[in-house]
Design a protein. Structure first.
Length: 194
C-alpha cells in the first residue's frame, strides 16, 4: 500500500511538473512574440523618420530652387530648350519676390514635356507638385497653355486627393503674382513632396 501511494504521489508530481512546463513554454512564446513586435515597430519608426527627413529636405530644396532666378546659358529668354536638351542651367521662376511669367511658362513646359528631367534639375528623387493658392484655395493660372490647371508637377495630379501616399510634406512660400492682369496680389506658392 505505501508503494502505491508513492507511485500515485510521483504521478501527481509529474503531471504538475508537466503543467508548469507547458505554462512556462506558453509564457516564453508570448514574450518572444511581444519582443518581435516591439523590435519591428521600433525599426519601422526609424525608417519612417528617415523618409520624413528626406521629404522635408527635398521640399525645402525644391522651394529654394523655385524661388531663385533661373539661369539659362544659351537662350535666356526661353529656358525650356536648355533644361530639356542639355541639362544646363538652374531651375526657377521668381525674381525679387515676383513671378516672372516667361520663366514660369518655361518651367511648366518642362514639367509637361519631361517631368523626370524636372526632378533631375531640382535634385530630387521624390515626386512633387506645386500650385498657387490664396484664402479661397488654389488659383488657376489662365495665361499658360490652352488647358489651364491648378496643379503643376507630377502628371495626372489634378487635386491633392489624387496623391496616394503614406507621407507627404507641404511647404509654402509667399510670392507676388500678376496673372495676365487678372490677379495682382501676394499669394502662396505651395510645394507638396511625397
Amino acid at each position: 500500500y505505501p508503494d502505491l501511494m508513492k507511485l500515485q504521489y510521483t504521478l501527481k508530481m509529474q503531471k504538475k511538473a508537466q503543467f508548469w512546463y507547458a505554462d512556462f513554454l506558453l509564457a516564453l512564446l508570448i514574450l518572444i512574440t511581444i519582443s518581435f513586435l516591439f523590435i519591428r515597430s521600433v525599426s519601422d519608426l526609424g525608417s519612417k523618420q528617415d523618409q520624413i527627413f528626406s521629404l522635408t529636405s527635398d521640399a525645402f530644396s525644391i522651394s529654394n530652387s523655385l524661388m531663385a532666378q533661373p539661369y539659362c546659358p544659351s537662350t535666356p529668354s526661353n529656358c525650356t530648350a536648355d533644361w530639356l536638351n542639355s541639362n544646363n542651367g538652374r531651375v526657377g521662376f521668381i525674381s525679387f519676390g515676383k513671378i516672372q511669367q516667361e520663366n514660369l511658362t518655361s518651367f511648366i513646359n518642362l514639367n509637361r514635356n519631361d517631368y523626370e528631367k524636372s526632378k533631375l534639375l531640382l535634385g530630387t528623387i521624390n515626386d512633387y507638385i506645386f500650385f498657387f493658392e490664396d484664402n479661397n484655395g488654389p488659383i488657376r493660372i489662365e495665361s499658360y497653355g490652352n488647358s489651364p490647371n491648378y496643379y503643376y508637377g507630377k502628371p495626372g495630379i489634378n487635386n491633392l486627393a489624387d496623391i496616394n501616399t503614406e507621407s507627404l510634406i507641404k511647404t509654402t512660400r509667399f510670392v507676388y503674382l500678376n496673372n495676365n492682369g487678372n490677379t495682382r496680389r501676394i499669394v502662396r506658392l505651395a510645394i507638396v513632396v511625397w
